[in-house]
Write a protein that binds this ligand. Structure first.
Ligand SMILES: [Zn+2]
Length: 232
């Protein structure tokens, strides 16, 4: 940690689910929050509580920042900025979903095997889509999570691409989904959970057709979907 002492934070970034903190002089921190990680601004000089794993103390008026993580799955890599692309965690990531054109998306999905749910969660396919957003994207697309990717028609691929963009943008605008621990660095919870159409709604009526939303475990992950509106 001595390496960052006295260095200014030059830039913040993100790649997939990783948060990037670039310091002047060419050093970067790469964080993953995993299940329960949180960044939290706290009053200057605050003592670390038992879940704080890292405290960043800033000169000047900026509050301190603590990285808290109750379950300790989160991680931090420190790397020369110019080399972060070769960190195995980042090197393995696919494209950013909001930066992929429809033509690029069609090319990415061509020849893919496996179920749509697993494909969306595959960070080497697209970087950053998690379990909640995969389910919401598939509902909006009218595509079943068990649908084999290889069976998508051109129109299906277009709807899937559009839904990825629509769901991620709406979720970002709403500050994300807080179903357990997630909150922003000022402690504000996200609001997108109240817009979930299928995720976490097992047995509740589908917002489109009224049939109960179903839950099934696919690839080890809870998946929520409407068996009538989402075609396999
Ligand atoms: Zn439905």
């Amino acid at each position: 940690m001595r390496a960052i002492e006295g260095r200014r934070v030059a830039e913040l970034g993100r790649r997939g689910k990783y948060l990037l903190l670039h310091f002047e002089g060419g050093l970067s921190f790469v964080f993953h929050l995993k299940m329960t990680g949180q960044f939290r601004f706290v009053p200057k000089g605050s003592a670390a509580d038992k879940h704080s794993r890292l405290a960043l103390r800033f000169h000047g008026p900026t509050r301190d920042m603590h990285f808290r993580d109750v379950r300790k799955f989160g991680c931090l890599y420190a790397s020369p900025t110019e080399d972060i692309g070769s960190l195995p965690a980042l090197a393995a990531l696919g494209a950013e979903p909001l930066e992929v054109s429809l033509e690029e998306f069609r090319a990415l999905i061509r020849g893919r095997k496996g179920r749509l749910k697993s494909l969306l969660l595959n960070q080497a396919f697209l970087a950053g889509i998690g379990n909640i957003y995969a389910d919401e994207i598939l509902f909006r697309s009218g595509l079943h999570p068990m649908r084999p990717a290889a069976t998508l028609k051109p129109d299906d691929a277009r709807r899937l691409w559009q839904s990825i963009r629509a769901v991620l943008r709406a979720a970002i605008r709403s500050g994300g989904s807080s179903i357990r621990d997630y909150s922003d660095s000022d402690g504000r919870r996200g609001r997108f959970q109240s817009s979930h159409r299928v995720y976490g709604r097992r047995g509740e009526p589908c917002v489109r057709c009224g049939r109960p939303v179903e839950r099934r475990v696919i690839g080890g992950r809870s998946s929520f979907f409407c068996p009538r509106c989402q075609l396999i």
